[in-house]
Design a binder for this molecule. Sequence first.
Ligand code: NAD
Ligand code: A1AUG
Length: 545
Amino acid sequence: MSKGFFNIPDIKNEPIKSYMPGSPERIELKKMLNDLRSVELELPMIIGGKEVTTDHRVRISPPHDHKHTLGYYYQGDASHVQMAIDTAMLARDKWNSMSWHHRAAIFLKAADLFAGPYRAKINAATMLGQSKNAFQAEIDAACEMADFFRYGVRCMTDIYKMQPESAPTTWNYNEFRSLEGFIFALTPFNFTSIAGNLPAAPAMMGNVVVWKPSKTAVYSAAVIMEVLMEAGLPDGVINLVYVGGPTAADVIFQSPDFGGIHFTGSTGVFQGMWKTIGENIQKYKSYPRIVGETGGKDFIFADPTADPQAVAIAMLRGAFEYQGQKCSAASRAYIPRSIWDDVCTRFGNELATVKMGPPEDFTNFINAVIDESSFDKLAGFIEQAKKDADAEVLFGGKCDKSVGYFIEPTVILAKKPDYITMVEELFGPVLTIFVYEDEDLDLTLKILDKTSIYALTGAIFSQDRYNIERITKRLENAAGNFYINDKPTGATVGQQPFGGARGSGTNDKAGSIFNFLRWTSIRTIKENFVSPKSYTYPNFAPDKE
Ligand SMILES: NC(=O)c1ccc[n+]([C@@H]2O[C@H](COP(=O)([O-])OP(=O)(O)OC[C@H]3O[C@@H](n4cnc5c(N)ncnc54)[C@H](O)[C@@H]3O)[C@@H](O)[C@H]2O)c1
Ligand SMILES: N[C@@H](CCC=O)C(=O)O
């Protein structure tokens, strides 16, 4: 038990390293990339701190070089999911009873390992396994991961400080229990830090976890687990299984001990799971917590006063960093006719300088999309746009999967605002632009608000303060993360709590106290120091004659 009200260390965002030519971090990262490319790793599941292998090995290759083998992971089945649940439940009591500052110490140490000795390894694993360039890997796998863990500790302690008042002769307090069960962390491919945060946040609050990463991000998931174990995470607290999503869900949603799901991924998958949980609700000991951050159809809206260069750069970075595979990526833009030619010229000129290729070449801005099914889906939309009368492919449009899954940054001009690529989440380097007549600004805002089921991120560009105020109000429900004169990506832990509503999720704001509150079940305790000795009220005394 803690003996003292301990202060946590100062928490700050992890500084982003530059990886300039000749810098020590660049030399170390290049060496790590070479080292990892020259071996074939064997990646077992980790259940109860033990390595678990099976007869089914699955090959892992870089999306930008699919003939190369990075290694193999051992694919499990339903029995491994059950084993992970049983192991987690056995670990629960001891973990839940550990003093909070020892739990905090494990995650603070893990943050320092990611920011220090494991920085090159987690970045290189993300670059090779998920095809991210050095800058995108750095802001995600090293910096955002460390931020999630450090700010997580602050969220946990801020919650523990939330205590009620006490009337005379009594003492009331809130005890922040872990949930009575296990948490299912189901993680996406696109952010290594999200894959780390989804199991870590509930674990910090004293919960035990079954973690299933995306099959296309197993390579970096194994490094996350390695770091957590080196940081001293006890066996069984987080159990890492490599199984198909439906296989995991089938076992987990039948378990009476299922206590909650921490999900990030696509909207359809989330809605399907929510339905299953609802159908099974009577099986569970408690109402499961359902936290899910899902898809987006994120927008950029410019008014006639917008700075054309700022709009062009926001479209380029917002739509094409990490090949548009950020849930926050700009995928539709609304530009007024009066500035369109200027914006288009600047955008085209900038785009012409962008290089595409493998992330091992540090000069490449665009790398490959995650896998063949994503490539085929994106290529299909682009080919269709080339044929459709309602669309015109303005820039890019070439797709080539002979070496890796490369799709040129592609810009579609939509002739109507509900053209399919203005509506559906594509999750790739495709931006669709609709040019509106200046006098239709209000109508266009209405259309923007109603065009998609999502409300994740959005950015407006204007130099007119009245318009900024008016548009911000008009689009109040169109985005959970709203940007003024900035791109709609790159939310930073501790600065812009992240998440969206409508079809984009439960908006519990990853990395913030609002999210951490979902992983605790409060017991309020009242102690009376002077227990009443009689049941009577003072007003029972008779009136004086
Ligand atoms: N809102 C956010 O904060 C946020 C952040 C990152 C990604 N995303 C979203 O994630 C999506 C991209 O990631 P993805 O392709 O990994 O998502 P995905 O939904 O395909 O997969 C996410 C996880 O769910 C699992 N899964 C897939 N189908 C399943 C099923 N039927 N049952 C159970 N589990 C299943 C996957 O194996 C993976 O582990 C995009 O829609 C993107 O917008 C949202
Ligand atoms: N934090 C990231 C979102 C992650 C989603 O994929 C951003 O704001 O760009």
